[in-house]
Every structure is written in structure tokens, then in C-alpha cells.
Design a protein around this ligand. Structure first.
Ligand code: ADP
Ligand code: MG
Length: 222
């Protein structure tokens, strides 16, 4: 489903270039659940953003569902994201002035779907139907991340990408989010790629990819 072929990403840094990804080769099959681990600054977020079509590689090829996406323009990439990819972030990234339900509806609007029932269904799935009209500031961190999970899954994307989804949660709430993601992955055959610093969290996945200094250094089967 995801195939990265010698992906290199550089950022201009004054007169020089900073090479953040230095030749990444990675295949992720449909329905796999994969953790990416590595030190801070090793390129994990850059890699996930590349997989998520938020960022274009400087060179190398990226195939998503058999189609090369590394050569698409911005609007084509936005289209791929809208159809195929749900994102979950460490800091939840909910809009503070909107209710939980309205935040989930945004996940649909970007995909061009308008169906309020789907949003309520997604909130119910994460156990928050009774908090639909609360704003993020009225919810705990764990609840906010569950809203973000609902926002990511409401359009039923085949791929979910999560950048340290439990990084701002205590271990109880972190485990709850991981149980939820594991369940989704199992029930809907979702392909899930997540970054984490914690081995305990990574072990919810079937495969752990270690990255250091822009290169994959090891892979483990769990
Ligand atoms: P990680 O998520 O593993 O901590 P990142 O992928 O965020 O690492 O960043 C890897 C390196 O790339 C860091 O040195 C960071 O400063 C640099 N970097 C990330 N994004 C940009 C950018 N947009 N412009 C310049 N440098 C960047
Ligand atoms: Mg990061």
C-alpha cells in the first residue's frame, strides 16, 4: 500500500543543505500497524509527513496504492490526503471555538462529505456521544485526543497516521487511545503508522521501524 523508494528530503540551510531523510526504503502493506521510533530530530515527523502527502520528497519515489504520488502537485496531493489519510497529532489540534461534533465534522468537510450522522457515529465510536456539544477546553486531554481520533476516522480513510498520539497523555489515557486505535485497525483493516518515543506504546504495533539520522537502522517484528 505504501512504498518508499530511496526517499531523500533536504531543507535549505543558509548556503548549505540539511539532509533530513537520507535514502529511506520502506514498504508497508495494507492493514499493517507500524511504529516509527528514533531520537528527537532523526526525521520521524518528516517521514510521516512525506507518507501523509503533506511534504514532498526532494528525490526518490513514493507509491501509494500503486500510484506514484511523489510527482503530484499541491492540489493533487491535497486530494489524495482528503480521500485516503486521517491524521492524529500529539497536541490534538482541535479548533478551540468549535464543539467536539463540529471538530469531527471538519474531518468530513475536507473530504467533501456532508453527513452529520457520520460525525455523531464517529463520536459514539470513541465513547463521546454525550460530550458532542462540549468545546475542547471543557474536556480532558484524553477526551480531546478521542475527538481527534473521531475526526481522523469519520471519513473512513484506509490509512491513519499518528505523530506521537500519546505524547501528551498520562499512561492510562495513552493506553486507552492505543486500545482504540488497535480496535479500529482490527475492525476496519486500517493501515496505521505511528510515531512514538515509548517502547510500551510501540508494542501495540506488529512492526517497529527504527530511524536514526535520516536512515532506517533496524526493524523489529513484535
Ligand atoms: P523528529 O520528528 O524525528 O524529531 P523532524 O522530522 O521533525 O524530526 O526533523 C528532522 C530535522 O529536520 C530536524 O533537524 C529539524 O530541525 C529539521 N527540519 C524539520 N522540518 C524542517 C523545515 N521545514 N525546515 C528546515 N528544517 C526542518
Ligand atoms: Mg517529530
Amino acid at each position: 500500500m505504501i512504498r518508499l523508494d530511496n526517499i531523500i528530503k533536504t531543507y535549505p540551510m543558509g548556503k548549505r543543505e540539511l539532509q533530513v531523510l537520507r535514502g529511506i526504503n520502506l514498504d508497508i502493506g495494507k492493514g499493517e500497524m507500524v511504529a516509527i521510533m528514533g531520537p528527537s530530530g532523526s526525521g520521524k515527523t518528516t517521514l510521516l509527513n512525506t507518507i501523509g502527502c503533506l511534504d514532498k520528497p526532494s528525490s526518490g519515489k513514493y507509491y501509494l496504492d500503486g500510484r506514484e504520488v511523489s510527482n503530484l502537485n499541491r492540489s493533487e496531493l491535497a486530494d489524495v490526503r482528503a480521500k485516503k489519510i486521517g491524521f492524529i497529532f500529539q497536541t490534538f489540534n482541535l479548533l478551540p471555538q468549535l464543539s467536539a461534533l463540529a471538530n469531527v465534522e471538519l474531518g468530513l468537510r475536507y473530504a467533501g462529505i456532508s453527513d452529520r450522522n457520520l460525525s455523531l457515529e464517529a463520536l459514539t465510536k470513541v465513547g463521546l456521544a454525550d460530550r458532542a456539544h462540549h468545546r475542547p477546553s471543557e474536556m480532558s486531554g484524553g477526551e480531546q485526543q478521542r475527538v481527534a481520533v473521531a475526526r481522523a476516522l469519520v471519513k473512513k480513510p484506509p490509512i491513519i497516521l499518528a505523530d506521537e498520539p500519546t505524547g501528551n497523555l498520562d499512561s492510562h489515557n495513552g493506553a486507552e487511545i492505543m486500545e482504540m486505535l488497535t480496535g479500529l485497525h482490527r475492525d476496519r483493516d486500517i493501515t496505521l503508522v505511528m510515531i512514538t518515543h515509548e517502547a510500551r506504546i510501540a508494542h501495540y504495533c506488529q512492526r517497529i521501524v527504527h530511524i536514526e539520522d535520516g536512515l532506517i537502522t533496524a526493524e523489529e517484528k513484535v
